[in-house]
Design a binder for this molecule. Structure first.
Ligand SMILES: O=C(O)CCC(=O)CC(=O)O
Length: 266
């Protein structure tokens, strides 16, 4: 399949669209330092029933970086711009980590557009100001490479790292090959982003998911988010880290399948 690219808000956004065009639209939004290949197994399992959009957020994967100052609103407006470009109306959004903040921000900006939310390993506010600045300064000094091993420990469970060393090395490469400007820009967006006031106003069916071994957004953080969002459900996936779409795509697929059916989103 040829690469698909759209002109969005002064840069180019690399995306893919798979599945029947008349099916419900399911959009996946990525975590920090990853590109949309992390959803490959989930997309393969769901693409008969959904019109699926995946994309590389600004500064990641094959998307451009542009000249704008990064914040969560910019990332959310990029996703809105991509949906407009593709002529898509109502969507279900599955957002992972910073992708979960992007999904929450799109819901705040265009509540009529979002039919349902699946928020994986995320929260309305991630980390604290000083922690993000420490990470930004470390990368400015020595590059992303120096943080690679520590980040793998947060992303992937000990079992995955032990049993699947080649894939662990590959995802580490995905991380450290992210452009510094794109990675740091998104750290700034996370440092300054706080959607806690908006969480209580989310009025669409929401499923919150977390891996039990997630050291980046631990289960209690995700449970706290679920408690803020009216009627949100919480699911813990045992033995998995920050990226359930990589470690257990079958289980994540089943959760998305069950949730979208139970909430009449399909
Ligand atoms: O993964 C994200 O989108 C942000 C959370 C984070 O910092 C994960 C990590 O790199 O440890």
């Amino acid at each position: 399949m040829s690469l698909q690219v759209a002109p969005i808000n002064g840069t180019h956004i690399h995306y893919s669209q798979t599945g029947p065009k008349d099916a419900p639209v399911l959009v996946f939004s990525n975590s920090l330092g990853t590109d949309f290949r992390i959803w490959n197994d989930v997309v393969a399992a769901l693409s008969a029933r959904f019109n699926i959009v995946t994309y590389d957020k600004r500064g990641h994967g094959l998307s451009g970086i542009g000249n704008a100052e990064f914040d969560i609103s910019l990332h959310a407006n990029d996703l809105i711009g991509l949906l407009d470009y593709l002529g898509l109306g109502e969507v279900i959004i599955c957002g992972l980590s910073v992708g979960g903040l992007i999904a929450q921000k799109v819901t705040e900006l265009q509540p009529e557009r979002v039919r349902g939310l699946i928020l994986c390993d995320t929260a309305p506010k991630l980390g604290d100001y000083a922690g993000w600045n420490t990470r930004i300064e470390a990368i400015k000094a020595d590059g992303i490479e120096v943080l690679g091993d520590a980040i793998m420990e947060r992303w992937l469970s000990p079992t995955f790292r032990k049993d699947r060393p080649l894939e662990t090395a590959m995802y580490r490469d995905m991380l450290v090959r992210t452009t510094e400007a794109g990675y740091i820009g998104t750290c700034v967006a996370l440092r300054d982003g706080d959607l806690r006031d908006a969480a209580g106003k989310i009025a669409v069916p929401t499923l919150c998911i977390c891996g039990s071994d997630d050291l980046a957004t631990p289960p209690d953080v995700v449970r706290e988010m679920a408690a803020m969002i009216p009627d949100a459900e919480f699911e813990l996936i045992e033995g998995v880290g920050h990226l359930p779409c990589i470690e257990t795509p079958e289980l994540l697929t089943r959760l998305i399948d069950r949730f979208t059916k139970e909430k009449n989103l399909v």
